[in-house]
Design a protein around this ligand. Structure first.
Ligand code: ADP
Ligand code: ADP
Length: 223
């Protein structure tokens, strides 16, 4: 089964208003298990919209969304939320970590919400942090970490529940070029080690070239 299979996705915002904008016009895209795909497009082209639809945060006007071979179109909101929690990990340009909790706790909390017991969740969180080189700083709050470390923690949080699909929106876009390079390498190591499928939106062609395949979003379609 394909990890992600989008076909004929159309999405218009502000339908019927003067500000109506058709962002996706029949976008078709798939990602195989273990495959890392770069989604490249200029700002405003609809990358975030496509990622939100792929991750069940938004619904298309028309078109089909399949995750791991399962049709998502007919599912209730509750069922979509369950699939999203268990099978999809999100990474944004900004880390969105909870400021009052430690790095470790930020990775433990989503596991507890997904039904894990505390000891297992802590061990997994520590393993993930160690893999990305933030193990020694596990007890620090996000504000005490560097930008690159914060983003590494956000990667670990996205992987906390062992998703089958990772969706990333400019995961290193907020970092300086040298840090971006290191942090991206840590992300790729983590993705390869877990064997999950990933769709990673980026403007950075050097990073895109290090993925398995590049797809371009142009005029609302995948070129
Ligand atoms: P990208 O991620 O490629 O920058 P987005 O998917 O964020 O593109 O946005 C594509 C277009 O849709 C932009 O013109 C944006 O202003 C518009 N847009 C995105 N989300 C909404 C929304 N919730 N309501 C109205 N317009 C939106
Ligand atoms: P991020 O942290 O990557 O910005 P968000 O989930 O906050 O992620 O937003 C994703 C994208 O969707 C953003 O690029 C934003 O421009 C667009 N977006 C979300 N809501 C709206 C909206 N109401 N109007 C226009 N664009 C929106």
């Amino acid at each position: 089964d394909l990890a992600l299979d989008l076909s004929g996705i159309e999405k218009t915002y502000n339908k019927g208003k003067p500000s109506e904008v058709m962002v996706l016009r029949g976008a078709t895209l798939s990602v195989k298990p273990g495959e890392v795909v770069a989604l490249v497009a200029p700002s405003g082209a609809g990358k975030s919209t496509l990622l939100h639809i792929a991750g069940l945060l938004d619904t298309p006007d028309t078109g089909q969304v399949r995750l791991n071979g399962r049709d998502m179109n007919g599912l209730s909101d509750k069922a979509r939320t369950e699939v999203r929690r268990a099978d999809v990990g999100f990474i944004y340009q900004f880390h969105h970590l909870l400021p009052e909790f430690s790095a470790l706790e930020n990775i433990v909390i989503p596991q507890l919400a997904n039904g894990a017991d505390e000891a297992t969740a802590k061990a997994r969180a520590m393993d993930l942090l160690t893999r990305v080189g933030v193990g020694p700083r596990a007890d620090h709050r996000p504000a005490a970490l560097s930008g690159g470390e914060q983003q590494r923690v956000a990667f670990c949080r996205a992987m906390a529940n062992a998703p089958r699909l990772l969706l990333a929106d400019e995961p290193t876009g907020n970092l300086d070029p040298a840090t971006s390079d290191q942090v991206f390498a840590a992300l790729m190591d983590l993705v390869r080690a877990t064997g999950l499928a990933a769709l990673i939106a980026t403007h950075n062609m050097e990073l895109a070239a290090r993925m398995d395949r590049i797809v371009r979003l142009d005029q609302g379609r995948v070129a």
